[in-house]
Design a protein around this ligand. Structure first.
Ligand SMILES: C[S@@+](CC[C@H](N)C(=O)[O-])C[C@H]1O[C@@H](n2cnc3c(N)ncnc32)[C@H](O)[C@@H]1O
Length: 228
């Protein structure tokens, strides 16, 4: 059964992402680089050396983050409901999901599971089941990381409103993500807000961004949880 993102991949996913407002904020790679820095920092802070970490990216899309990040991790894998998106994941261990509620990997397989800009595309009725599946494939003490557009940031909301890819999306707050994780028996470790400043100011403003990371106004947020 074709999924929403099969349509987007057929039209050219990265072309559909192009937007002058988004482009003025940062290059696409900058968004991915910032996520990787955050993920690695939180893993290290909670005692995981990333070079020994097995990482699953759920909703990996075309696998861009996995390709950029795999050199830091021991082993990486991905899964996604869209056959069209994962056909770009050449050279990666990526499986197609038969269902938006099921993950095609064994129990307790991964130290880190990420879902990056995925949940706002998941039907509201499927979100709890997907989160339970994520908990199932995590090892004990494994970390779950959700990164999402922040609905409290007006620029993020504007970019989402203008994007054809987000026409059917439902943004969710960090609070909702934390609730989903707790319902799947995970403990919330930390929530971090980032993307306060455009890329061109970032080199001078990195310190300020770090200080603002608890202020719920950054363009995106990361919620990090741990399986009991
Ligand atoms: C906006 S794209 C993000 C792709 C990638 N994570 C990235 O950051 O480039 C959202 C992806 O989530 C996938 N997706 C939507 N619902 C899903 C679900 N229930 N399980 C797994 N993937 C899902 C879509 O097929 C799509 O590839």
């Amino acid at each position: 059964m074709p999924t929403e993102f099969d349509e987007y991949s057929a039209e050219g996913y990265s072309k559909l992402l192009e937007d002058p407002i988004r482009g003025r904020f940062a290059r696409s790679d900058f968004f991915f680089e910032r996520k990787l820095v955050l993920m690695r920092e939180i893993c290290e802070r909670y005692g995981m050396k990333t070079e020994s970490v097995t990482w699953l990216d759920v909703g990996c899309g075309e696998g861009t983050l996995l390709k950029m990040g795999r050199r830091y991790f021991r082993d990486v894998a991905g899964c996604d409901v869209s056959a069209g998106m994962i056909q770009h994941c050449d050279g990666l261990n990526v499986l197609q999901q038969d269902s938006p509620r099921q993950i095609p990997f064994k129990d307790g397989s991964f130290d880190l599971v990420t879902a990056i800009c995925v949940y706002h595309h998941v039907d509201i009725d499927d979100r709890a089941a997907l989160t339970s599946e994520i908990s199932r494939v995590l090892k004990s003490k494994g970390i779950f990381c959700v990164i999402e557009h922040n609905p409290l940031n007006p620029v993020a909301r504007l970019i989402v409103r203008r994007s054809p890819i987000d026409s059917r999306a439902h943004l969710l707050s960090a609070r909702k993500v934390r609730r989903l994780a707790r319902s799947a028996r995970m403990e919330v470790l930390v929530t971090r807000y980032f993307l306060f400043f455009p890329e061109r100011f970032y080199s001078k403003m990195a310190g300020a961004e770090a200080k603002l990371s608890a202020v719920p106004l950054g363009g995106q947020y990361g919620v990090f949880c741990q399986k009991a």
